[in-house]
Design a protein around this ligand. Structure first.
Ligand code: MEV
Length: 311
């Protein structure tokens, strides 16, 4: 008996950290996915064959264990009673910021659904994946698991009362090229989210202003996307990054990648996801610009991933 499932990686265009507090965010799944395969075995075994940034798997070991436990408990699966071998693979290169933990949780939920013949629909898979996300993000907004499960370009608003989140597909004229620059550093989402929460509690006035500014910005960003106004979109990404800097979630390597990308013509650049490492997202419509920016970032020793948003 065998079960297979997959989950998309994602990039956040607007609203990492803000999303946790119920403010709208815009995120897109990317084509790269994590795949989980489940086979009957004599004892529980987890094989992690996912490609990853050096040090990522070690740094994320505890998170991953806790994620797996939360989602298995939620599905009421005891791997003692149902011994299986879970193999994780796929073309999603795991690093902070790309939604790798959510892609993993979604893929495992889907693989168990197939293995046990549960026939779970996407809403249910998303709910399970969200439980897994608690293991990595602490108090997740749910944006990563939503992208991992449904794919596409999404407008996401967490319902702070515990009801249904708002999930709207944003339609755009054509996919838009981006280059992701990898800082090479892994961060722990639950720690960074907790630090932002502490900072917000310590200075509520500052965060009130940041949240107001961001709320106007994200609405503009949606219009810019829908109207294919890429210059404006890029400017708004830069502004979003400035707000994230004030929240203390950038780092030297990310700033360096942003500087290189902007110098080489990227329309906008910001951290994406947790921050303090992970990826930087740069807006690079058109093959020529995408290649130029990727080459420039790589020439300074950083890895890149060139892809599109809004598939
Ligand atoms: C992580 O990809 C995004 C955060 O906003 C956490 C979350 O929304 O759950 C940092």
């Amino acid at each position: 008996m065998i079960g297979k499932g997959s989950g998309f990686g994602k990039v956040i265009l607007f609203g990492e950290h803000f999303a946790v507090y119920g403010l709208p965010a815009i995120a897109s799944a990317i084509c790269d996915q994590t795949t989980a395969t489940i086979e009957t075995a004599e004892r529980y075994e987890l094989v992690d064959d996912r490609p990853a940034t050096e040090g990522y798997k070690t740094k994320k070991k505890d998170e991953m264990k806790s994620s797996m436990k939360l989602l298995l408990d939620f599905m009421k699966i005891g791997v003692g009673k149902t011994p299986v071998k879970i193999t994780l693979s796929g073309d999603l290169f795991c690093t902070s910021g790309i939604g790798a933990s959510a892609a993993m949780a979604t893929s495992v939920a889907r693989a168990f659904s197939e293995y046990l013949g549960l026939g779970l629909d996407d809403d249910r898979i998303n709910r399970i994946s969200y439980e897994g996300e608690k293991g990595s993000a602490g108090t997740p907004s749910g944006i990563d698991n939503t992208c991992a499960t449904f794919g596409g370009l999404l407008w996401f608003v967490k319902n702070l009362e515990g009801g249904e989140n708002t999930i709207e597909h944003i339609r755009i004229r054509e996919p838009i090229g981006i280059v992701l620059g990898n800082t090479g550093l892994s961060s722990v989402t639950s720690e960074v989210v907790a630090d932002v929460r502490k900072a917000k509690e310590a200075d509520p006035e500052k965060y009130k202003k940041l949240f107001e500014e961001y709320t106007t910005l994200v609405k503009d960003a949606r219009h810019a996307l829908e109207n294919h106004d890429l210059e404006r979109l890029g400017t708004l990404m830069d502004e979003n990054h400035r707000l994230l800097q004030q929240m203390g979630v950038s780092c030297g390597e990310a700033e360096e990648i942003i500087r290189i990308a902007k110098q080489n013509g990227a329309l906008g650049a910001k951290i994406t996801g947790t921050g303090r490492g992970g990826y930087v997202i740069t807006l690079t419509p058109g093959k020529g610009l995408q290649e130029k920016v990727a080459k420039a970032i790589e020439s300074q020793g950083f890895r890149t991933l060139s892809t599109t948003i809004g598939l």
